[in-house]
Design a protein. Structure first.
Length: 368
């Protein structure tokens, strides 16, 4: 039997045709009409201006620079996420300060954030920004988060790397905060192989990001640079792939949600719970995540899946537990640590067949 992966890219004839059209057009150099069109289509989808970049991490870096993050600043960030969310803060020479999750959506806890901001205000040491991660395809609870950040005059960056196609109170992921970022890495809901996007309401912000992302080259016949820039732009060829994926996004979301429903039905009596989806959320089904009552059972299921050549993965190890960030300040209450010890991501890619999902279920439920 073939290996079952956690979240394989879902690409086919439409993507191949789009790449060949871009190739045959002669726009092999990094910029081109597919890149311009991809940015316009992403902007239409999210209601914001978009600049397409080489990765979601690059987009985070530029977003932090755009809100004025400088060396020595504090930036509050979700702890229950991938390291890129904090790495981009370190790129700026700033200090990540980790905030724990709630049990309502597993995203940043608005109450903990409010307490942390109040404490920072009392000591006259407010962060320059708050990076809120939309976890596993589900938006955070933005109303209280945005309210408390506005109260303290702190910028908000929405890290929607995992959440394209999700909504919060009927508004799309990527529409929140001063700026937002998306990722098109190979395991995401849609992919450009590698890539990301920065989203903002003000076109001047995305124009500035586009300038910095092309090595901060000034408009001169020679190469003129008055400040340091970055090589962060997405290529025209990969943008063509992204356009084909974007056309298919809603169908890929529907399939992931079908897979999640299949797991929920089959595992309804198992000693585990699924990631909660609050009434205000429409998530994109990126990864089906479960939390076992007993972590030893989680480990046994993960081992059984591996023995059957099925990829699974624990939930994110909180960043405040990562060796790279041992000196960081934290505002945690144990929620993300428990989710990490007890949680598991099951194969969820839209390329999975019903037979693939049934094989995962059989193996998982037969674990000792």
């Amino acid at each position: 039997m073939s290996r079952i992966f956690l979240s394989s890219p879902d690409v086919g004839g439409a993507e191949r045709a789009a790449l060949l059209r871009a190739f045959d057009s002669g726009w092999i150099a990094p910029l081109g009409p597919d890149l311009d069109a991809f940015e316009a289509e992403l902007g239409e989808r999210t209601g914001r201006h978009a600049v397409a970049l080489a990765s979601g991490t690059a987009a985070l870096h530029l977003a932090l620079l755009a809100v004025g993050v400088e060396p020595g600043d504090d930036v509050f960030v979700s702890t229950f996420t991938f390291a890129a969310s904090a790495n981009a803060i370190a790129y700026c020479g700033a200090n990540p300060v980790f905030v724990d999750s709630d049990l309502t959506s597993w995203n940043m806890n608005p109450s903990l954030l409010a307490d942390a901001l109040a404490e920072a205000a009392r000591t006259n040491h407010l962060p320059k920004a708050v990076v809120v991660v939309d976890l596993y395809g589900q938006c955070a609870d933005y109303d209280p988060i945005l309210d408390v950040c506005r109260e303290h005059g702190v910028a908000v960056i929405e890290d929607a790397a995992e959440a394209l196609g999700a909504t919060y109170r009927d508004r799309p992921a990527g529409a929140f905060g001063d700026l937002a970022v998306l990722s098109f890495n190979g395991n995401k809901i849609m992919t450009t192989s590698g890539g990301g996007v920065l989203l903002a309401d003000d076109p001047a912000t995305t124009d500035r990001a586009r300038y910095l992302a092309t090595q901060a080259r000034r408009p001169a016949v020679h190469y003129e640079h008055t400040e340091i820039g970055f090589n962060y732009r997405l290529s025209n060829l990969l943008a063509a792939l992204g356009r084909a994926q974007l056309e298919r996004l809603d169908g890929m979301i529907d399939r992931r949600l079908e897979i999640n429903a299949r797991y929920r039905a089959a595992l309804a009596d198992a000693p585990l719970t699924f990631m909660p989806v609050p009434d205000w959320s429409r998530w994109n089904g990126w990864l089906t995540c479960v939390v076992f009552d007993d972590p030893d059972v989680r480990d046994a299921v993960m081992a059984a899946l591996a023995a059957d050549d099925i990829e699974s993965r624990p939930l994110w190890k909180p960043l405040h537990l990562q060796p790279a960030f041992t000196t960081a300040t934290t505002h945690v209450d144990g929620t993300s640590e428990r989710l990490f010890r007890h949680g598991l991501c099951l194969p969820s890619g839209s390329v999975l067949t019903d037979d693939d999902v049934d094989r995962v279920i059989r193996t998982a439920t037969s674990a000792p």
